[in-house]
Design a protein around this ligand. Structure first.
Ligand code: FE2
Length: 223
């Protein structure tokens, strides 16, 4: 399958339909190698709503259970968070819950805000805490990481940046992805934030497959 990279670049995400599960790894590799988290070493990982008791420690499920998840970057605690996130729908679940997207470009941070975003210090990582910044300047704009469940503001500047970002997230337009079986969503994980909406009823049948793709020269795993 040939991915429309121009759309991914323009919109920050790409939604494909009728993708065969067997094509996932090959499609992802058009963007870069698959990367894994040592806690969950499967390169294509099953994601299901999980209650608090059965969730792994320090995961969003361990904090929010089967409820909604807040907007975040995946693998924000890595030294180099994955460049892309792939989500594939096997079963949208009985609750038909959506995945929500926010594009950080629409925040239109001014020069002072961008400087603050690239300078203010946060701590991230539960197991191996270390300093990071929310944003990094690149040739194609700011790259961001944001996950308030694994990042903690360390300075007064970072606290004021946190308040600013929360206000922007609150005010900005969101895109809702309503899943159909065999949909594949590719998200630019260093530009877009994603969240899981709530479900009106238990949806234990919901099954997505997750891939973390590219963004590190020393890839942990290449299929
Ligand atoms: Fe996520």
């Amino acid at each position: 399958m040939i991915l429309d990279l121009s759309q991914l670049k323009r919109e920050g995400y790409l939604l494909l339909s009728e993708v065969d599960e067997g094509d996932l790894a090959g499609t992802a590799q058009e963007l870069g190698p698959l990367r894994v988290d040592p806690r969950s070493p499967e390169p294509i990982r099953d994601i299901r709503p999980q209650d608090l008791e059965s969730a792994k420690q320090n995961t969003l499920s361990s904090r929010y259970g089967t409820g909604a998840f807040p907007f975040h970057t995946d693998a924000a605690h890595w030294d180099h968070p994955a460049q892309y996130l792939g989500l594939y729908c096997v079963d949208p679940g009985e609750g038909r819950r959506a995945t929500m997207l926010i594009d950080s470009r629409v925040w239109a941070l001014d020069d002072d805000e961008q400087d603050l975003a690239c300078r203010a210090l946060w701590a991230t990582g539960h197991v191996r805490p270390r300093l990071c910044t929310f944003a990094k300047e690149t040739g194609s704009g700011l790259e961001i990481r944001y996950d308030m469940d694994c990042m903690k503001p360390m300075t007064r500047e970072a606290h004021s940046l946190k308040a600013l970002l929360e206000a922007r997230i609150q005010d900005c337009k969101t895109t809702q992805i309503q899943w159909k079986p065999k949909d594949l969503l590719i998200i630019d994980n260093r530009r877009m934030l994603h969240a899981r909406a709530s479900s009106a009823r238990p949806d234990t049948g919901r099954l997505l497959k997750r891939m973390l793709i590219g963004g590190d020269r020393n890839a942990v795993l290449e299929l």
